[in-house]
Design a binder for this molecule. Structure first.
Ligand code: XIL
Length: 332
């Protein structure tokens, strides 16, 4: 197969990533991965749940994942340090499920982030420090603290768990002289209420930090997950992107996929609608490339996608290029 390489097409604009697991580093899947991408995210392997074995750190599986990526010449984005899912609950709650005391949860937060960031060092180029902290469609987004999801971390620590998380990660990085970008990552990024709440949060946290640190950023980037569907309005994606970029942070598209069809089937019309949205998105990304560090797709092919039933990716179950692929390499 002689397909134009996506990462080659966009080499002067941004990196092209994909979400993978260790089983993707072989055969046809590796060919597809290396042919079109220069960056990977672990779809699951580097989540907090995977960092522990009986409450003790155990990075064996993660280390294998990172080594496989680096051996293939692919950069690694770290995903994820602080999240309410796929994380051990004892980090923020006791055995009865009651929130830990703030100081105890802060100790766990610090130990978790310091140990993980120090362990991987600069074998990663960036981290999702905090993932999905914001509620969907918050009615009063100017009040970002009031818009936060009632997660275990929030309940135990309070709204400053977010700023604390970034400060802990940043201190480890600065002490070691590493260049690793720190991201806030979230979904429904096209929703303007949610985008506003995220904007307000990053603005305030970064302003506080800059005042004490000669204008330096604490949060380097905002991740727009980009889990869209064929009814997503690309103009909302553009608005959110421009809003985030106006903060002087980089934007990463971190988990892009566009659902279309059902039961693993797509009509020709659905294939074309999906391709059209991908094209519109890549026009917007290209126009804003100065602000965008990477575009990462959430999976290599429809068969292995987390939303497999709705065929959201560029390659079908037989790893064949769909209209969406051709739209991405030539969005005009
Ligand atoms: C998903 C994975 O794709 C699934 O395999 C897993 O079962 C659940 O998590 N937002 C995120 C990702 O930040 O980590 C999620 O990944 C998708 C939504």
């Amino acid at each position: 197969r002689n397909l134009t390489s996506i990462s080659e097409v966009y080499k002067d604009y941004f990196m092209i990533g994909n979400a993978v697991s260790t089983s993707d580093f072989a055969g046809d899947r590796l060919t597809l991965l290396k042919g079109h991408h220069n960056l990977v995210t672990a779809e699951n392997a580097m989540k907090p749940d995977s960092a522990y074995n009986n409450r003790h750190f155990d990075f064996n599986a993660e280390d294998m994942f990172v080594q496989m990526a680096l051996d293939e010449g692919l950069a690694v984005h770290g995903h994820v340090l602080v999240w309410h899912q796929q994380s051990p609950e004892w980090l923020w709650a006791d055995d009865a499920g009651e929130s830990l005391a703030r100081e105890d949860a802060l100790v766990n937060l610090r130990t978790h982030i310091e140990t993980t960031v120090a362990h991987f060092g600069d074998s990663v180029i960036s981290w999702d420090v905090v993932n999905e902290a914001m509620n969907d469609n918050p009615p009063n987004p100017e009040d970002w603290q009031g818009s936060l999801r009632q997660s275990g971390w929030l309940q135990a620590i309070g709204p400053d768990y977010i700023e604390e998380s970034f400060r802990i990660a940043k201190d480890v990085i600065d002490q070691n002289g590493w260049d690793i970008k720190l991201y806030y990552n979230d979904y429904n990024d096209d929703n303007q209420q949610k985008a506003e709440a995220i904007y307000q949060m990053v603005k305030e946290i970064n302003e506080n930090y800059a005042a004490e640190n000669d204008g330096e950023l604490l949060i380097d980037g905002i991740g727009m997950q980009g889990h869209y569907n064929i009814n997503t309005n690309p103009e909302n994606v553009r608005l959110s992107l421009e809003k985030f970029a106006s903060l002087g942070v980089e934007v990463g598209v971190t988990e892009l996929d566009v659902t279309s069809g059902s039961d693993g089937e797509q009509t020709e019309e659905e294939l074309n609608q999906q391709a059209y949205l991908y094209a519109r998105l890549f026009q917007i990304y290209r126009d804003n490339h100065e602000h965008i560090s990477r575009i990462t797709f959430w999976g290599l092919d429809d068969g292995s996608s987390w939303r497999s039933d709705q065929s959201p990716l560029l390659f079908d179950r037989n790893m064949q290029a769909k209209p969406a692929y051709y739209a991405v390499i030539n969005p005009d």
